[in-house]
Write a protein that binds this ligand. Structure first.
Ligand code: NAD
Length: 362
């Protein structure tokens, strides 16, 4: 169709935003009785149903919520593809205050909207959502993962994936994958960070930890014999490996001038403040950046095991494949002189394209 003044989609329209990264479907959910205001985004279902958590957040405005759900759902397509799962990418956001506005009716109403997609979208927990909230969602739909008593806390699987990926990066950077004697700083020793510290100290690494929670910090330092380092001081530590396991965007203009490490490998999402800038800068500095969405896929692997009724052992074995994927990404990055994040994106796209060809003829 030729774009005319009448039929041309306005550049800032919602459908136009969907076309930018080829999102398949958006569902706007509104209900006066419960006060529910939510958006479900299905980015891509070529590999399978779109799986991704629901985030509850007090967005400043609808445009912010829409932008977040579009960005996050696309991220899930890449993560699920690269993890080798038969899952597409999706995400949901509920606009509201997770501390004061949660109740059974709200989540059951949301569950009805999830159910209306008939399995095209599978939800789970994300920021602001607890397993109890998912129990309410589950009263209205079976398309939920992360329920209590099922696959359980994903953090041990996530931490194991980060650990094996870190070893694979060490092999590429230092010639062997032993982490014994390596100086490693783990930023954030919450759910994932503490399991990671356990793996690292067991292997004989010299582990430094930081966290804003003093009690957690002391507890983990004592339990695993890790050394405590200041919240900001961590960026100046002369270390082999920096493992961000708390916040996003810690690889930025400021920290890149300070970081003295050979590898960056951690669980936090969106570690590069700006992929196109900082993903290139890390490579120029000779640091191996292990792409976060590939390294932290243990969480979604755990969800997939729950959805497909697979064992905990299956999930750990699948997370172990992160070693091989890390190796492939770093080798391709060196060969093509291209940043690791870009190679990871390419590999995710290649799989979707290849499987798309298999699925076309019915
Ligand atoms: P968590 O909330 O349990 O732990 C995060 C820890 O970081 C907390 O102890 C917090 O006090 C600490 N922290 C916050 N700000 C800090 C700062 N400025 N400096 C140092 N520490 C700080 O979260 P988690 O489940 O362990 O997840 C960690 C990261 O990994 C998050 O970015 C999360 O999105 C990502 N992730 C987690 C999983 C999973 O399975 N839990 C899966 C994929 C990705």
């Amino acid at each position: 169709m030729i774009a005319t003044k009448e039929n041309k989609i306005a550049e800032n329209s919602i459908i136009s935003q969907m076309t930018t990264f080829n999102h398949e479907q958006l569902v706007f959910c509104q209900d006066n009785a419960t006060g529910l205001k939510a958006i479900i985004a299905v980015h891509n279902t070529i590999l399978g149903p779109a799986l991704g958590g629901t985030r509850m957040w007090m967005y400043n405005n609808e445009a912010e919520a829409l932008n977040d759900v579009l960005r996050l759902s696309r991220g899930m397509t890449y993560k699920n593809s690269l993890a080798g799962l038969n899952l597409g990418g999706g995400k949901a956001v509920i606009i509201g205050d997770a501390r004061t506005q949660k109740n059974e009716a709200l989540f059951r109403r949301f569950g009805k909207f999830v159910n209306s997609l008939a399995g095209k979208y599978i939800t789970a927990e994300d920021v602001g959502i607890s397993p109890q909230d998912m129990v309410w969602v589950n009263m209205e739909t079976n398309h939920v993962a992360g329920l209590p008593g099922k696959s359980g806390d994903p953090s041990p699987v996530t931490a194991y994936g980060v650990y094996v990926g870190m070893k694979a990066s060490a092999k590429q950077q230092f010639g062997n994958d032993s982490l014994a004697g390596k100086k490693i700083a783990v930023q954030g020793v919450g759910h994932v960070g503490q399991y990671l510290v356990e793996h690292l100290t067991k292997e004989g690494a010299e582990v430094y930890i930081s966290d804003i929670q003093e009690a957690t910090l002391k507890n983990i330092a004592t339990k695993f014999g890790a050394k405590v380092i200041g919240l900001d001081e961590i960026y100046d530590l002369d270390m082999d490996i920096y493992a961000p396991c708390a916040l996003g965007a810690t690889i930025n203009d400021d920290t890149l001038n300070r970081l003295k490490c050979s590898i960056i490998a951690g669980a936090a999402n969106n570690q590069l403040k700006d992929e196109a800038i900082h993903g290139v800068e890390v490579m120029k500095k000779g640091i191996i950046y292990t792409p976060d969405f590939m390294l932290n896929a243990g969480g979604v692997i755990n969800c997939y095991a729950e959805v497909k009724d697979l064992s905990a052992k299956w999930a750990m074995d699948k997370a172990e494949e992160i070693y091989k994927t890390t190796t492939t990404i770093i080798e391709r990055s060196k060969k093509d002189n291209t940043p690791t994040y870009a190679i990871a994106n390419q590999m995710a796209e290649e799989r979707i394209e290849a499987i798309g060809k298999v699925k076309l003829p019915l």
